[in-house]
Ligand binder design. Sequence first.
Ligand SMILES: Nc1ncnc2c1ncn2[C@@H]1O[C@H](COP(=O)(O)OP(=O)(O)O)[C@@H](O)[C@H]1O
Ligand SMILES: [Mg+2]
Length: 258
Amino acid sequence: MNSPIVLKIGGSIITDKSSAVPKALPGTIERIAGELAGVCNENSPLILVHGAGSFGHPLAKQFKLTEQFDTKGLIETHRSVKSLNAMVVDALVSAGVPALPVHPLSCAMLEQGRISDMQTAPIHEMLNRGLVPVLHGDVAMDSVWGMDILSGDQIVPYVARKMGAELIGIGSNIDGVLDNKGQNIPEVTPATFDGIRKYIGGSSHTDVTGGMLGKVQELVELAGKSDISSRIFDASAAGSIIRFLQGETMGTLIQKNK
Ligand SMILES: Nc1ncnc2c1ncn2[C@@H]1O[C@H](COP(=O)(O)OP(=O)(O)O)[C@@H](O)[C@H]1O
Ligand SMILES: [Mg+2]
């Protein structure tokens, strides 16, 4: 099997993140499914991860899920993100992509918010059979805290390492990492991150998992301990996902020190 690509589509792209209640963007979900249908084939295995957007973050905040265990919050947040996942998987299948849902709650274990174990054998076999597993930001059980939020941004580097990916794509609503003048920073490495970090903040919307800084921290850490590079790009424009998959230079590339 060729090395898989791990592609994350942010909740900022497939939902209206300014909404306090779950609001999907079905037209965008269909557009993305169509783009993936055009490029998916058995020779280029793909693992898809999507964010929770307004299906997850407002509920997580309401039930204070990053601070406390809450049975109702756990159940309702999972039900909500699962419904978004079903919309994504349905759109992919309708477009001709052989997609299947993989719910992190059911296969990942956390320890103080970090993945301590995740069952990836089913994902491996799906890829072997030309299927596209679709994971998502979720709630998950935690051996110390009972539960916590498991962001898509944490799932991506974990799965990429375990599945031997060489490339990660992070589609968000902005042209990669921007500096204090709003200019795109084309490249970040562990060596340059300290100087750039001051420009990077959280999300402009409700996002309990750290917005852009959360993403960059995860990906810089990965670049420091592997050969896997990641590209954060603006996935809001039509054709952007195809252009990323074709290897276009866009957004911000995060890679190991040169
Ligand atoms: N330096 C920065 N460069 C780019 N985005 C930034 C920066 N600092 C903060 N952000 C915010 O991070 C947001 C992206 O993170 P997030 O809302 O979590 O997206 P997603 O839903 O795709 O995970 C951007 O829309 C922007 O508001
Ligand atoms: Mg986010």
